[in-house]
Write a protein that binds this ligand. Structure first.
Ligand code: AMP
Ligand code: ZN
Length: 302
């Protein structure tokens, strides 16, 4: 993995990604997107007989549901909300003058009813809750969404806008736990088939502030989160390309998702970072997809 040029610069130079001038915000080439969609098709073959339905979300979710999620309590540093101009003619004049003077024109923007989705499964829970008690077998949903996290970085694997493909299990504690264990195994099988070096390890989310450190420690202690680590930008600190999460009944309680007996549902999700997995493939198999190893091509091109 040694080269004098950074991996990000190599990606720009070979026009696999295109710079925008903002760290973590890149245009994807046709080649990059082709690998993303082939990986998605590959991933779906692992769970297609279990899912009860599929959904794709727009990049935004209702602000009210975002508030219910508790995201601002745990990760305020990563959140993004959509604001818009809501004034009249007079305000518009002021805004244009402000822009012309090179001043901060964004102060007059007002909050809309939309927040950017921070994790692909968040918009699912209120949809399930609105349907009433879950069916006996719970729900097993395949999702995809763009996500936003305010974490600008020169590491190409740390984007501000990226996609997650997820499977989400909503049901009893046993159903959620069994799901997560199955996907830990499947995730490793997927990485083997893609010939990527990998390791599953216990993990915690980046909770904010001093209190956050305790939350992270408690999450680790209870073994609620595992990650699939693959070296992308550095061998010493490999990158999480998948995560395997058990939320206990926290989301069931927050959004009032009920089992048939009225008790709160337990939830678990497995998230695949589509850009990260695609970048890992380019990193390990080279920038020319036609020259990727036969086993990898077989897995993705069939
Ligand atoms: P998480 O919800 O943090 O467990 O994230 C699920 C997956 O999304 C991770 O395993 C990554 O593959 C991907 N991911 C998280 N943050 C980023 C980011 N900033 N840029 C690209 N992919 C990300
Ligand atoms: Zn999730």
């Amino acid at each position: 993995m040694s080269s004098s040029k950074s991996f990000l610069d190599q990606l720009f130079e070979s026009r696999i990604l295109h710079a925008s001038g903002v760290d973590g915000l890149y245009a994807r080439s046709g080649t990059f997107e082709d690998v993303v969609s082939r990986f998605e098709t590959f991933a779906l073959t692992f769970g297609e007989h279990e899912i009860t339905e599929a959904m794709v979300f727009p990049p935004g979710m209702p602000m009210a549901d975002f508030e219910t999620s508790g995201y601002m309590k745990n990760f305020p540093q990563l959140a993004g909300t959509v604001h818009a101009f809501c004034g009249g003619d007079h305000d518009h004049m002021g805004l244009l003058q402000c822009m012309a003077a090179g001043e901060d024109w964004t102060k007059g923007q007002e909050a809309t009813q939309v927040a950017l989705i921070p994790a692909a499964c968040y918009p699912l829970y209120p949809i399930l809750a609105r349907r009433g008690a879950l069916p006996e077998n719970g729900a097993y949903v395949a999702l995809q969404s763009y996500c936003f996290r305010h974490e600008p970085s020169k590491d190409p694997a740390r984007m501000q806008m990226f996609r997650q493909r997820e499977y989400v299990r909503v049901g009893t504690e046993d159903q959620a736990m069994a799901f997560r264990e199955t996907w830990k195994e499947r995730g490793q099988e997927m990485m083997k088939r893609l010939c990527l070096p990998h390791e599953v390890d216990i993990a915690n989310d980046p909770f904010f502030g001093r209190g956050g450190r305790m939350m992270g420690a408690s999450q680790r202690e209870q073994a609620l989160k595992f990650e699939m680590l693959v070296p992308i930008n550095s061998v010493e600190s490999p990158t999480a390309c998948m995560s395997f999460n058990y939320h206990m009944d926290n989301f069931g309680k927050a959004w009032d998702i009920k089992l048939q007996d009225g008790s709160p549902a337990h939830t678990a999700c497995v998230g695949f970072g589509l850009e990260r997995i695609t970048l890992a493939l380019f990193r390990h198999h080279g920038l020319d997809v036609a020259a990727w190893p036969e086993d990898v091509r077989k897995a993705l091109w069939g």
